[in-house]
Each structure stands twice: as C-alpha cells, then as structure tokens.
Design a protein around this ligand. Structure first.
Ligand code: PAF
Length: 279
C-alpha cells in the first residue's frame, strides 16, 4: 500500500493505474466494518482502490464535534492494508484548503436544507459537496462508494455528480449493522455501555415503523409507532420522519415505495443517525 499526503504524490501514484478502473472510498477515518464493506465492494469492482482519510473541518458546524471526532490513523492504515487498498490518501487540512482557498461547491433546495441540513446547519452539506468535488477531481475515479447509512449525503452526492456532469459512478452500499441491529458508525466508539444499550432503540424504532408501513399505515402513523419505541428507550429524536428518498421532502400522507424513515438523536453525548427504506 502506498501512503500519500499530497495531491501531487497522489497523482504520481495513480498515473500507472489510469489504464485500468479506479475505485474510490472517501472516509473521515476511524474505519469500521461499514467502511471495510465499501472497500470490499470497491476491490471487487475495480483494478485499483484508493482510500481517502480526511476529517473535513468544512462540514462540521460544531467545533467541539470536530475536536471529538475519533482519529485512529495507525489502526486505519492497518485496516486499509488488510482490505487490499493500493493507495491511502491522508492529506492535511492545508493540503486540501491551502491559504487563499475560496471556492465552495453547493447545491440548493430541500435536499440540502432539510433534516441533516437543517440540524447541522446549511454549511454542512456545502462542506461535504465541496470536499467530495475536490476529492473526485484529485482522484478521477471510475466509481466512488458511499454508504446508505448517510442516506441524505448519498442523495446529495448523486445530485452533485449529475448536476456537474462529473464522470463517476456513485455506488451505494447497504448499511452494515452490529448483530443486535446498531448501525456501524465511527461515532459508536464514543458510546458508554449505557448509551450503547440505549442506541439500540434507533434500529428498533425503524423496524417498528417499517412494520406499520407494511400494514398500509400513513406516514403520521408510521412515525407515531416508531416514536413509541424511542420513548421506551428514553431517546429524544432530533428528527424522526418519513421522507421521499429522492429529494428528502417530508411525506405526510401514504408513503410510496421509495420513501425512507429517517432518524437522528443524541444518545448520551453522541449524535447518531439511521434510516430504513420502506419496502
Ligand atoms: O461520510 C463521510 O465520511 C464524509 O462525509 C465524506 C463523504 C468522506 C466527506 O468528507
């Protein structure tokens, strides 16, 4: 595995691979099974796999959240090597945003303004779309892999590449869960044992919501049934809603098959998100 920290070293490392297909997995590190599944898919589909590890300050609205974000570089390198990554790109903040950097790539509309956009501030998705555009320009992959756990981010990235005609296939990969249903997240390491038990309420609530959907219930009734489970686990949701999976507008009547039930909540001091496709 080649480890590079600069864009020029990255391009140099990629040059011999340009004749084959390049798979790219963008991450903020603290790699877990969910990331390893993205890497496995990328390895299966491509001749070479590039992993980026960059905790992007531009997408954090809360400096405390940025400071507390887990950083596990040595462990990440070992995981990446075992997963067959050929190029490990870990740039510094100055490399990505050098002095004088002033560009922003931003989408508009409900897709970036609702739910995660509303709760993390309007700058959150602008930070994501700016860094993802930069990473795609630096690497120019054939395919880039994103997890369905960050369902809204996935839709934002799909819209970004469509709007800007960026020549890359966005591959979405199902959420990887612990055996008890908790969605894998880099933030899970911050859960205390009590938080960890409480966090199970998120997936339980989503499963209950989906059962209500299967009985033909309205969005309101689906949310009400999921909310009962959150209450049982003493979880106060930041949001719990049925949304249209295409544009993230809230669905108020009977959900269609592309609807998604989304939830975000503080569990102890850790903010977690999860979702389930209603089908
Ligand atoms: O999902 C993430 O880890 C980040 O939002 C991403 C896509 C790497 C951009 O910083």
């Amino acid at each position: 595995m080649i480890v590079v920290n600069t864009v020029s070293a990255l391009r140099h490392a990629l040059a011999p691979h340009r004749t084959g297909s390049i798979g790219f997995v963008p991450t903020m590190g603290a790699l877990h099974q969910g990331h390893l599944e993205l890497l496995r898919r990328a390895g299966q589909d491509n001749d070479v796999v590039v992993l980026s590890v960059f905790v992007n300050p531009a997408q954090f609205n809360d400096p405390a959240d940025l400071a507390a974000y887990p950083r596990t570089d040595a462990q990440d390198r070992a995981h990446a090597e075992n997963a067959g990554v050929e190029i490990y790109f870990a740039p510094t903040v100055d490399e990505v945003y050098p002095t004088g950097f002033s560009a922003t790539v931003s989408l508009a509309g409900p897709i970036v303004e609702t739910f995660e956009g509303a709760h993390r501030g309007s700058g959150h998705f602008h930070g994501v779309t700016t860094v993802v555009t930069k990473l795609l320009m630096m690497i120019r992959p054939d395919r880039a892999y994103f997890g369905q756990k960050d369902a809204q981010q996935l839709r934002v990235v799909q819209a970004l590449v469509a709007d800007l005609d960026i020549e890359v296939q966005i591959v979405d990969v199902p959420t990887v869960r612990e055996s008890d249903g908790l969605a894998m997240s880099s933030r899970n390491v911050r859960l205390t044992p009590d938080d960890r038990s409480m966090a199970l309420g998120l997936n339980q609530a989503l499963q209950t919501g989906r059962a209500a959907f299967e009985l033909g219930e309205s969005a309101e009734a689906i949310v009400a049934s999921a909310a009962t489970v959150l209450d049982h686990y003493s979880i106060t949701a930041e949001y719990l809603a049925v949304v249209d999976g295409a544009d993230f507008r809230q669905v108020v009547d009977v959900p269609s098959r592309r609807a998604v039930l989304v939830v975000a909540a503080l569990v102890g001091r850790t903010r977690l998100i999860d979702n389930i496709v209603l089908q």
